[in-house]
Ligand binder design. Structure first.
Ligand code: SF4
Length: 235
């Protein structure tokens, strides 16, 4: 792992931090990847314990933050069907001071691969099937089996909320197209992962990413997650 060391650049009074070719080995010591002066070595060595403390402080700070699951593509992970992300830096920046994100991508994590054929919801809008557009492969059972396991793991994550990606047949929370056998659609579906998540955690605050652009709704969501955090039984 790369660590950082302080460097005083000529003509600058403050100490600048830049990346160095120091790597932490598995045994906890460091290896040097280029020649440094003795003074630079001493400075880097002095920084190691401090860096450890800072990392520990940051870990504790993250532990104290409210934990919220989020569709991984919103955090910038390139997990969408086309191999891209749907990063939302504005939203993430607004929420990061208050929330520790737990990224989840149902389609990738259940083994559908990247890139993959796009899918849509079909059949009964209360329990629709997830079917690929062209090859007509039904992925519902695969996704539901994965959800049953993953939701159990998420229960142990002490989550206080979830943010879903809008209009995804897996993560979308509402108003999704569900096609009937004639190819007609009604905008009344819920994504499969979102439906199973809300069934498993019926009282947990949830929101779709686009609704959180509204500062009032965002504030309400944050208050709800904070209240859920306060009132949940802690083990
Ligand atoms: S919307 Fe959900 S399933 Fe689709 S890429 Fe994003 S996290 Fe994965």
């Amino acid at each position: 792992m790369m660590i950082r060391r302080p460097v005083r650049y000529p003509g600058r009074s403050r100490l600048w931090i830049r990346s160095t070719p120091y790597y932490r080995r598995n045994d906890g010591n460091t290896s040097r990847a280029c020649n440094l002066s003795p003074a630079e070595n001493i400075a880097a060595a002095a920084l190691l314990p401090r860096e450890g403390k800072m990392r520990e402080a940051s870990r504790l700070k993250n532990q104290r933050k409210i934990r919220v699951a989020i569709s991984a593509c919103l955090l910038g992970a390139a997990v969408r069907y086309d191999g891209r992300s749907k990063e939302d830096p504005v939203l993430v920046r607004a929420l990061t001071p208050h929330i520790h994100f737990v990224p989840v991508c149902p389609e990738t994590e259940c083994g559908m691969g990247i890139p993959r054929e796009p899918m849509r919801l079909e059949g009964d809008f209360r329990r629709p099937r997830l079917v690929t557009h062209h090859s007509r492969i039904d992925r519902t059972d695969c996704l539901e089996a994965w959800c049953a396991v993953r939701l159990g793991e998420l229960e142990a994550e002490n989550l206080c909320g979830c943010i879903f990606k809008t209009r995804s047949p897996s993560c979308g929370m509402r108003h999704l197209d569900v096609f009937d056998e004639k190819g007609m659609s009604a905008r009344n579906g819920v994504g499969i992962f979102a439906r199973m998540f809300m069934e498993r955690f019926p009282h947990m605050p949830v929101a779709e990413e686009d609704s959180l652009y509204d500062p009032v709704i965002r504030d309400v969501f944050l208050r709800q997650t904070a209240r859920f955090h306060r009132e949940r039984p802690h083990v």
